[in-house]
Write a protein that binds this ligand. Sequence first.
Ligand SMILES: [Fe+2]
Length: 318
Amino acid sequence: MQYTIAPLYCRPWTLNGISPRLIESHYENDYGNALDRLNSIAAELDALDLATTPAHVVSRLKRDEATALNSTLLHELYFASLGGDGRAVPEDMATAVTRDFGSVNRWRQEFTALADGLAGGSGWVLLTYMPRDGRLINHASAGHDQGLAGGIPILALDMYEHAYHQEFGANATAYIAAFMRNIDWNAVLTRYRDATKVAPPPRLEQKQFPDLPSISVEEVRSMLDAGQKVQIIDTRPRHYSTRAQDMMLGATWRDPEHVDEWIGELSKTDPVVTFCVYGFHIGCETAETLRKAGFDARYMAGGHYAWKAIKGAVKLLE
Ligand SMILES: [Fe+2]
């Protein structure tokens, strides 16, 4: 695969305090070199006989490829982040930023703090949309390598010295201020809108139990913390208990094979939460049985292990 060059997105002569000369040199040399390096690595990889090439050679080339590709992509985003007046944040963008950072000002303080932290070093400061949670996050990377899996960066500040040294010398603070003055918020908003169209990773679907309501482990923990009455039933199969050593604190083990024997002990006024090992079958089946019998029952998604994974309290299994 060979990558093509992206034309310069911002109009260098419109920038305020960042000269066309700096942008031209950055685009031609640093961005151009990254793309050139990327294409030679890609060609080298294409030509490899993978049956005979040592694994360490493949690893090194793939690492170099990822670095060059990230550098290429981030430079394209950097040039596409400039060209506005920095101050006028469009309403929809300001709403999203306020939702996730408290205020536009807080976002700005955090973003510039990350940039200050890279002064004299090298790396990127990014504003990224995370489809998993439908939220924005600021993050910084040392070098070109670091990203957030599944994240879609929508604003990039290049903190490599080559991005400013020629014009600002060692004065990274002045460069950061100039960058902030030139953010093209309309372009950021367009990328934000596109990013929000990306669906979050698909959630676990329980096709066997399409209408059965579940409850998350976090919700159960909040109920317990708030002292709410809730009947929690561990329905891990009897044979499983020989392997298991612990049990959710506040839960009672009941044999899922013999619901009839213990259903009479439950209250119909307080909610019931059932769970099994991972939350796939037995906890669901038990919840379904209890619902049919008129109980307000739900299964705990993720089961025993999700509870353990959020560091929920456990007791030793007798
Ligand atoms: Fe750069």
